[in-house]
Design a protein around this ligand. Sequence first.
Ligand SMILES: *[C@@H]1O[C@H](CO)[C@@H](O)[C@H](O)[C@H]1NC(C)=O
Ligand SMILES: *[C@@H]1O[C@H](CO)[C@@H](O)[C@H](O)[C@H]1NC(C)=O
Ligand SMILES: *[C@@H]1O[C@H](CO)[C@@H](O)[C@H](O)[C@H]1NC(C)=O
Ligand SMILES: *[C@@H]1O[C@H](CO)[C@@H](O)[C@H](O)[C@H]1NC(C)=O
Length: 488
Amino acid sequence: MAIRRVFSLVVGISVLCLFLCVSSSKLRSNKKWHFPKATRKALSGYDYKTYYFKQQVDHFGFANADTFLQRFLLADQYWNNDGGPIFFYTGNEGDIAWFCNNTGFMWDIAAEFKALLVFAEHRYYGESIPYGSEAFKNPTKLNYLTSEQALADFADLINYLKSSIPGASQSPVIAFGGSYGGMLAAWFKMKYPNLVLGALAASAPILQFNGITDCEAFNEVVTQTFERESAGCVSNIRASWQLINNYGMTDAGRKLLREIFHLCQPLNASSDVDTFKDWLTGTWVNLAMVNYPYPANFLEPLPAWPVRESCKYLSNPATSQGLLPDIFAAISVYYNYTGQATCLDINQQGTSSLGDMGWDYQSCTEMVMPMCSNGVSDMFEPMEWNFTQYSDNCYKMWQVKPLLDWITTEYGGTSLESASNIVFSNGLLDPWSSGGVLQSQSRSLISILIPDGAHHLDLRSANVQDPYDLQAARVQEVNILKNWLNQV
Ligand SMILES: *[C@@H]1O[C@H](CO)[C@@H](O)[C@H](O)[C@H]1NC(C)=O
Ligand SMILES: *[C@@H]1O[C@H](CO)[C@@H](O)[C@H](O)[C@H]1NC(C)=O
Ligand SMILES: *[C@@H]1O[C@H](CO)[C@@H](O)[C@H](O)[C@H]1NC(C)=O
Ligand SMILES: *[C@@H]1O[C@H](CO)[C@@H](O)[C@H](O)[C@H]1NC(C)=O
């Protein structure tokens, strides 16, 4: 998940199967469900089939009868159709196949639970786009990109699966999700307790909202994750901003910045320097988010413990080459670990399948997560949270004004007492843990902390380099799921 920065209007710089591939046709409920024996080799090694389900564009009104096709992935090879549960991934802001690829935990435990796996794509992402190419050109066509509509899609899809798959009607459903998908998993359990038995909400910052979490908190966690490697790393990054500002003031300085950082484009004006600093900030944030204990390719191909690798260039006082070349070397761990990058593009934060446009719009409507920095308890340039400015920028970009407090009204903020059966897991290296539920709220609202974990590390597949605390967290998660299922 990316964060929307106040100063940047550049989108994407923010900062956080088959029934033989039944393409473009709604699953027909009157047709007998049938699982082909044919080989189902999936490229990722994860073997699933892709389907499309016809959804209402607007679940909350009657004037608009438009529909769209929602993609979902289904894996039934582990499923016991006589009582086995349905593990349902509540898709977030990107291509569902990419989340499916990166949620190995569900695959790892599917056989033990004899579970049916379903990965449902979020509307306006991947292939599930109401109004297709028109969607992002017209505010009235984008109007249906909300978390409430997405949850209603999941609800209708579950009802449809239960009514059409033989043996599924009584299957208990467990929702899984990471990041925004984790928020959706938790909210899904709260809003549709009739459909979901429990939820595993990994790295779900449901408290990263106005009046609940301090706007500094996120950047403080980023800083602590770097501090864990070395204090010098943090002080060097903190010192770099002033240097960049100095260079940024003149044409000659901006030319040097471009040379030092191997940028694809020239920095023409001081506004480009702001974009450049936003991009650097986003890079540090992303490094902390994906600070995984083994080489992984989530946002970018990276080595194990990328923050450590990055800080190797910054732990001492600046080398004779100077601080900025050291900063460049440090961010090259993120952008050029493979050695293939020809230049660095300040309009790009990664090669992931995240739908940056859609998330930018959501950040400009419901998902307003206040962020700020002070340069003292964090390593960034001081930047105040200014909702007026944020809102003005949103209006320029999308012709909509954000609602600062709606999410808390809709989902309850810290008032979780009426909810049950949710696991909130958080890796403490992950900046988003700042808005996570870090304390158990009741016997069935359980917080699991993973001190050595980054962004939803627990949802990834098991790895020999998994830290002990992660292994323990997964054992606990499995036991909790078993408890819930045993109570059915
Ligand atoms: C999923 O993984 C496979 C194999 O690694 C890859 O070919 C495919 O492009 C991935 N899909 C996405 C959307 O990342
Ligand atoms: C600077 O101007 C050039 C030429 O117009 C353009 O190609 C480039 O993208 C601009 N740089 C940035 C960072 O926008
Ligand atoms: C990426 O790394 C390779 C190998 O070290 C290097 O030749 C290339 O210049 C680097 N690319 C950038 C954009 O710095
Ligand atoms: C917030 O931004 C608005 C619009 O850009 C500006 O007029 C106002 O002075 C800012 N407020 C503060 C406290 O900086």
